[in-house]
Design a protein around this ligand. Sequence first.
Ligand code: PLP
Length: 374
Amino acid sequence: MLTRPPAEIGMPLEAVDTPALLLDLEAFERNLRHLADAIADQPVRLRPHAKTHKCPMIARRQMALGAVGVCCQKVSEAEAMVYGGVSNILVSNEVVGAPKLHRLAALAQQAQMYVCADQAQNVADLNDVALAYNVQLAVLVEVNVGANRCGVEPGNPALGLAQQIDTAPGLRFAGLQAYHGGAQHIRDFQQRREAIATAVESVHHTRNILQQHGLECELVTGAGTGTYPFEAASHVYNELQAGSYVFMDADYAKNLAADSTPWHEFEHSLFIYATVMSRPNNEWAVVDAGLKALSVDSGLPLVYGAAGVEYSRASDEHGKLVFHDASHPLRVGDKIRLIPGHCDPTVNLYDWYVGIRNQRVEALWPITARGALL
Ligand SMILES: Cc1ncc(COP(=O)(O)O)c(C=O)c1O
């Protein structure tokens, strides 16, 4: 159930109720175009990750600029995308357990669905449900390329699973999922590049072994915002899964560019709009955005456009700001923007994007996959 939006179309930004999730539409549109242009000459397609924005209206804008579809992490996220008009989805994850498998197969009756597997029993279960629903599921083998999360080891373990998928009557072997999550936030550019070079080598090796056994990979997919140029130029990956590039959170802003300067390839477009609710003294103030309004797993938010103010502590409904200068003019009732530390879990706390342009509300987009955990 969606809650009441904190704004109305056309109202000035200052009138938006808080806490609210603001989307600077101009910065957001520039981010979308930048990635589309950056890979236009590369032999890769973009299949951005919808786990970041959880919003079909954003997915459709990405597809209008050339994305082939989206990735989802959860079946229920994929349902929200299909209901919102997206018809080509990779669940870049393992789907385990009867309820989810049934929902996945039901989705495959309406949309092109791809899913990952890293275990023989799961492949057998995917096959059973595909046959029961009279669909053919496209299955990728997930390979561990250094993230040490899900995935079989590259080489022969991947081959064994791919062969099982290939001979299962309800399944179609569709390629390799090789996402290196651990590399995305390596701050140093060279180290980031090296981590992906190692991943590319093992994916290349695995793809060759599969080819020698007559198995072609339709998709070789991975990459996030932090490493996409490397996978794009690899001639091994043919799809990219970047998600956070649409918003660019404070944590990603700590990555460094090739010349070791701060990495400014994408712009901050996502903000938490908050109101100062208390200024008990000269040293600090309190805003109405705490742990229930922003995620702090990747660090505290940054205060946007306000020098000398730091967000220093979050409790459930309160955020404490400290001032470097006791005469800072921020008063009760003033509103500020915060750049979230981590965009994905922050988005998951809201029902609406409040899209702003020229200091006015232009759009209200429902975050229909919010809370889609199943
Ligand atoms: C499987 C997978 N692909 C792609 C991404 C997108 O990465 P990013 O948001 O860093 O661009 C993630 C993020 O965690 C992921 O888990």
